[in-house]
Write a protein of this length. Structure first.
Length: 312
């Protein structure tokens, strides 16, 4: 069993070669910022918990997340859709970490009216996932709180500008040590989470339970669970409860599946364990344009006592 990125590493390597697009330039190029008129329909938690889905926007549309509803009741199957993925990059001239959005992620953000708002109008939350990019910069090697704050500010500004619902952290492919940067330390990730929570108190912060950050979740009497809303397992086809102190079962996802490769029987088995053990998150990865209503129905019948309807 592997995390999703071992299957798509070549994609991330290709991203590294793309010319850097800073958050500042994305803001300048954006035609229209988010406005107060943006609909803010709140997700109603379904009995059976939340379903979370990652969408690889390098090759798939975010709108696929809005094509599945429960046949009984008409609620969306997916409660949280995650744009995968932006990156934490490193500027060797300024010696600072910065948020990088590749062209595909940038396209989703600047076209939020057609790519993000339709999902939010259906009651879904849309998050931006942040991933390492082989440059030595990561969530776990900020050496001061001020440096953690600087990156947190970039994330919070992006969430506010594009009216997103939050940030997802995925501590993979940082390649700690590159560009002469330090290895992970114990304080960095907790500082980053605390700073980001202060900047966006009402937004979602989630943690893909993987990488150096997964073993650096407490510092100075504070813990990641004080600041994140959710955490989920990162190994597809498996059942493993993330060890994030402070989060209740309702906010943890021990089941993780790859839509395109995990067998239906395994998906159903993981859903049954999730329900029987009282956990509130079920994680899906790699949603494409392929109609997967049969697979989703098998799982949703367990979690929500309803099949799924697909609407192209």
């Amino acid at each position: 069993m592997t995390s999703r990125f071992h299957a798509v590493q070549h994609v991330m390597l290709a991203i590294t070669a793309v010319a850097a697009i800073s958050f500042a330039s994305c803001r300048k190029d954006a035609a229209t910022p988010a406005t107060s008129s943006t609909p803010k329909t709140e997700t109603v938690t379904k009995a059976g918990g939340k379903s979370v889905v990652y969408v690889e926007v390098n090759s798939n549309s975010m709108l696929n997340a809005g094509k599945y509803t429960l046949t009984t009741g008409g609620q969306q199957l997916f409660d949280i859709a995650i744009i995968f993925a932006a990156n934490i990059n490193y500027n060797t001239t300024t010696s600072k970490a910065y948020l990088y959005n590749n062209p595909q992620v940038t396209s989703v953000l600047v076209n939020r009216a057609t790519q993000i708002v339709p999902l939010q109008n259906k009651g879904m939350k849309v998050l931006l996932s942040i991933l390492g990019n082989h440059q030595g910069a990561g969530f776990c090697n900020f050496t001061t709180r001020a440096k953690a704050h600087d990156f947190a500010q970039q994330l919070a500004d992006t969430v506010a500008y594009y009216s997103l619902d939050g940030i997802d952290f995925d501590d993979e492919y940082a390649d700690y040590g590159n560009n002469g940067l330090p290895q992970p330390n114990d304080s960095s990730f907790v500082f980053l989470l605390e700073e980001l929570r202060t900047l966006m108190p009402a937004k979602i912060i989630s943690f893909y339970y993987y990488g150096p950050a997964a073993s650096r979740l407490s510092y100075g009497g504070k813990k990641a669970g004080d600041f994140v809303n959710y955490s989920w397992n990162a190994i597809y086809g498996s059942y493993s409860v993330p060890n994030v102190a402070g989060l209740t079962k309702a906010n943890l996802g021990p089941a993780a599946v790859n839509i395109m490769s995990t067998s239906q029987s395994t998906c159903v088995n993981l859903a049954t364990q999730t329900k029987n053990n009282g956990y509130g998150i079920y994680l899906w990865y790699n949603l494409t344009s392929t109609n997967k209503a049969t697979l989703f129905s098998a799982v949703s019948n367990v979690l929500y006592s309803s099949a799924v309807t697909y609407t192209p």
